[in-house]
Ligand binder design. Structure first.
Ligand code: SAM
Length: 295
């Protein structure tokens, strides 16, 4: 470890210290069903911390190849579940899971203003909360996203400000720097109890549990109900049916691997308008809650 790394390791403003002082204060104690995304995660220090806190799904993104390779290699050696995408953050949003918390720690000002405005518009439907950690830039440049607290509040004026911190005192710290942390809540997303949602019919109940248990899909209760319904009663060909059910199974594998990339859409009466099957999966897997967008 070089001198700088040593002072950072004992500082409240870098790595674990930064997570503990500028991210953790905004997180709930029980995050066992929640999703954590770190944009500009570098080698993934926050990902490890989030996984240790008990987040259900933890994902990071960074475009620095060396940092990502180091992060992945450490994660593999330590049997970590989290995933790191080697991608440009402005390009990867649609592939990421819908999140409870998205962190941009000294990262957001790497967006050009155009990309940034587009990004935060889309972020309203991708994350329940955003946590921004920022530092004063020596030479602010109007072509890039603003780094000052006032500027950040302006970007998130349609969100609810859910927290703010200036962190601990700089005095006595081996590697101090002035940081600010802000947390905003999206006006559009919530995490809701699955029991409070109307899934329509229950024919697919236990389908995904059966698949996880290794049953052939043709032996599931769902198949036995849905096959005659579609083929006999609605005139579907076998070929059309097979394409349809294999598509369902592909979605199930994808959601299992990557989470949901769009929230479940519900109306004011809690009817699911889109995402019935995905909610069924989460129910089968034993989850009590899911991320929704109410319209
Ligand atoms: C100042 S570092 C902060 C790292 C980490 N978030 C932290 O708080 O310690 C900025 C990080 O953003 C990453 N980054 C910069 N531009 C990026 C982009 N366009 N896409 C993805 N990552 C980017 C860098 O590779 C670097 O890891």
């Amino acid at each position: 470890m070089n001198e700088r790394a040593k002072t950072e390791a004992n500082s409240e403003f870098w790595n674990e210290g930064k997570f503990n002082n500028f991210v953790k204060p905004f997180l709930p104690e029980d995050c066992s069903e929640m999703v954590f995304v770190d944009v500009g995660c570098n080698k993934g220090v926050f990902l490890k911390e989030a996984e240790d806190m008990g987040f259900n799904r933890v994902v990071g993104v960074d475009s620095n190849k060396l940092a990502v390779e180091r992060g992945r290699s450490w994660a593999e050696q330590h049997a970590r579940k989290y995933k790191i995408y080697l991608k440009e953050m402005e390009d990867v949003l649609s592939d990421l899971p819908v999140a409870d918390y998205t962190v941009l720690a000294n990262t957001h000002y790497y967006f050009t203003i155009n990309d940034w405005l587009d990004y935060i518009d889309r972020l309203q439907y991708k994350t329940r909360h955003v946590i921004i950690i920022t530092a004063q830039k020596r030479k602010p440049n109007k072509c890039w996203a603003r780094a000052d607290v006032e500027g950040i509040r302006e970007y998130f004026k349609d969100w609810e400000e859910a927290g703010y911190t200036e962190g601990p005192s700089l005095e006595g710290d081996p590697h101090p720097r002035k940081l600010w942390g802000l947390c905003f809540k999206s006006p559009h997303l919530d995490r809701m109890s699955i029991a409070s949602l109307d899934l329509g019919n229950h024919v697919q109940e236990a389908f995904y549990k059966d698949l996880d248990a290794g049953k052939d899909y043709k032996d599931t209760r769902y198949y036995k109900i849905i096959h005659p319904y579609r083929v006999r009663d609605h005139g579907w060909s076998e070929e059309r049916f097979n394409i349809w059910i294999e598509g369902r199974i592909k979605v199930y594998k994808d959601v299992k691997e990557n989470g949901i990339t769009k929230p479940i859409i519900i109306d004011k009466e809690n009817n699911i308008l889109d995402g019935n099957h995905k909610t069924g999966m989460y129910l089968d897997w034993g989850y009590k809650t899911i991320l929704v967008r109410r319209i």
